[in-house]
Design a protein around this ligand. Structure first.
Ligand code: ZN
Length: 141
């Protein structure tokens, strides 16, 4: 599945179930496989998140409220407020990790989805990829 950046205002809909949310060290490997079921057509979709390749900075979503407001991210449980000692990562993160997002379309019906994930070294020797979830969205333009 292709992952793309989102550049227009969106309305966030339903969160869809993902099979596995947290990947640690060797579970990540070259890339982590994320599976989710489309809430519109029931199709099972699979995408891969590759560290340092997949995703776009979450800041691009809420900066100037271009795509979403920071409050939308918090209220939908897409990300949380960053701890004061990690604010260099931005105000809003997934579990105080460097946080990225992606847009993608259902392979079968082309419904639109947005996913948010954190990836990085949680502590020395502990590499984590944590997906907060995948949500259906529609354009709000
Ligand atoms: Zn679908």
């Amino acid at each position: 599945m292709s992952l793309y950046p989102i550049s227009e205002k969106i309305a966030v809909g339903k969160k869809v179930a993902t099979e596995k949310e947290i990947f640690v060290n060797e579970e990540i490997g070259r890339s982590a496989e994320i599976r989710f079921t489309c809430c519109q057509c029931g199709n099972g979709n699979t995408l891969r998140l590759t560290p340092y390749e997949s995703g776009f900075p979450v800041l691009h979503l809420y900066e100037h409220e271009k795509v979403l407001s920071g409050n939308d991210l918090l209220k939908n449980g897409m990300a949380g407020k960053t701890s004061p000692d990690r604010l260099y990562l931005g105000k809003i993160t997934v579990d105080n990790l460097p946080t990225l997002y992606f847009g993608t379309d259902c392979m079968k019906c082309a419904s639109k989805y947005i996913g948010i994930f954190g990836y990085g070294e949680k502590q020395p020797g502990l590499e984590m990829l944590e997906i907060s979830g995948i949500w259906n969205y529609t354009s709000a333009v």
